[in-house]
Design a binder for this molecule. Structure first.
Ligand code: ZN
Length: 298
């Protein structure tokens, strides 16, 4: 009798520490953090290490990450969260001010860039600070990868960074559960991925933004995380899976870039500005695309 009582006490104690109701595994969330779409950032200068108020941007991005992960931990104290810095030199978040419960990847020399560290063990992906794809007239600082890319299509679907990163996640069976950024990014990713979105600001012009105070952005993010976790728990997400193979079409600003890329076996030239390549799967496609815009210049 006594033995059974202590067993019950032990089970109750175990249930209250870490494991969420129902005895499920702790939720595993991957967070990719860009900078252009973070609330409170209204100029291009703020996204550049040498620009005015870049130090403020570092505080703003850190606060958005802490807001989002804080809400996840409130829902599941045992959550496992990996945060991948994903803008510029990938050294923007202030690590020492970050929620100590997360693991943080810093530095840009990594083959998988904005999705480095993401694999099939995760339950969901969150995009923070995202921007719209190259050429979107309603986007704030819209681009895809770098200024040298004018367009990117995967199996005929035009995507920006969010779509490309979602395709990598989808190839591993992981859905994007929340995407936050300017209004154009939120619209683009909400439509493409059928995911929850949070709008942090609206472009006034492609290089200026209509801002709301960071405290209001944080409230929207907390609500967004709550909606996302409820949908995740209900099994209401599908990974953005392009299947195999993945046909890449990529348009560049310079014909020289296209000519240099012909050094890659299997790469074809569609026209003076555009290359095409058929990758085995989303993983191979991702590595090649990142290599083409990040590490090949003209
Ligand atoms: Zn960026």
């Amino acid at each position: 009798m006594k033995k059974a009582f202590w067993l019950v006490v032990a089970l109750l104690a175990w249930a209250s520490v870490g494991a969420p109701a129902g005895g499920q595994q702790p939720v595993r969330i991957f967070v990719s953090v860009d900078l252009e779409g973070i609330g409170g950032i209204g100029t291009g200068a703020m996204t550049s290490t040498s620009g005015k108020d870049y130090a403020t941007s570092r505080r703003l991005v850190t606060a958005e990450v802490n807001t989002v992960v804080g809400e996840i931990f409130a829902h599941d104290p045992g959550a496992e969260i990996l945060v991948n810095d994903s803008h510029g030199d990938h050294q923007n978040v202030l690590h020492t001010e970050l929620d100590p419960r997360v693991i943080y990847i810093q530095g840009a020399i990594k083959p998988l860039g904005m999705v480095q560290g993401l694999d099939a063990t995760f339950d969901g992906v969150i995009f923070l600070g995202y921007h719209a794809k190259a050429g979107d007239p309603d986007g704030f600082l819209a681009h895809t990868g770098t200024g040298s890319v004018k367009g990117l299509w995967l199996n005929g679907v035009e995507v920006g960074e969010g779509g490309m990163n979602a395709a990598f996640a989808g190839g591993h069976g992981v859905p994007v559960i929340l995407a936050a950024g300017d209004s154009a990014a939120a619209a683009e990713l909400g439509a493409l991925l059928k995911t929850e979105t949070v709008t942090t600001k609206t472009a006034e012009t492609p290089a200026s933004a209509r801002l709301i105070h960071p405290e209001r952005v944080h409230a929207l993010l907390r609500e967004g995380v709550r909606r996302s976790l409820a949908r995740l728990q209900a099994g209401d997400y599908s990974p953005f899976d392009l299947g195999t193979p993945v046909r890449i079409r990529m348009r560049f600003a310079s014909t020289t870039h296209v000519d240099i890329l012909q050094s890659i076996p299997g790469m074809s030239k569609v026209d003076g500005f555009t290359v095409a390549y058929t990758a085995e799967d989303a993983d191979e496609a991702y590595r090649l695309i990142r290599f083409m815009y990040r590490f090949v210049s003209s």
